[in-house]
Design a binder for this molecule. Structure first.
Ligand code: HEM
Length: 134
């Protein structure tokens, strides 16, 4: 055995570094407050109650960043592009989605390097979700 007493070889996940479940729930809750008031995005959500959609996005992001795998336990493989196919995700929807995410992320006041990493992912993921020209 090569273990060095008193040192740990385990690295924290990004999920843990930013504060775990509470952080992701705050982010997504704030994001959905924006969606609820958005005239373009709100009608896209099939359910009257945005609560279940909020839960799905929070669980997905928690899993993506190294937290519990509850999302996939409930929903299976994410296949996010496929799951967005029924919705018209054009440039305008993309911009609105990111605008609410940006406001929610600002509210979290994370360390700059964490904020930058999360934002890089969110902008990349949002661009990859666009399925309609115009
Ligand atoms: C680019 C603009 C986007 C729009 C307009 C959009 C819109 C929607 C809509 C209308 C739903 C259905 C609501 C529901 O029943 O859950 C949904 C679901 C979802 N979206 Fe998006 N979305 C966008 C980008 C993203 C991005 C970038 C991510 C991930 C980082 C994401 C993750 C999810 C997840 C996890 C679900 C639930 C999937 C499921 O398990 O059914 N979305 N989105």
């Amino acid at each position: 055995m090569n273990e060095i007493p008193g040192e740990t070889t385990q690295e924290q996940t990004f999920y843990e570094q930013v504060g775990g479940e509470e952080t992701f729930r705050r982010l997504v809750h704030r994001f959905y407050e924006g969606v609820a008031a958005d005239p373009l995005l709100r009608p896209m959500y099939p359910e009257e109650d945005l609560g279940p959609a909020e839960e799905r996005l929070a669980l997905f992001l928690m899993q993506y960043w190294g937290g519990p795998r509850t999302y996939s336990d409930h929903r299976g493989h994410p296949r996010l592009r496929m799951r967005h196919a029924p919705f018209t995700v054009d440039q305008e929807a993309h911009d609105a989605w990111l605008r609410h995410m940006r406001a929610a992320l600002d509210d979290l006041a994370l360390a700059p390097e964490h904020e930058a990493e999360l934002w890089r992912y969110l902008t990349y993921a949002a661009a990859s979700m666009v399925n309609t020209a115009g």
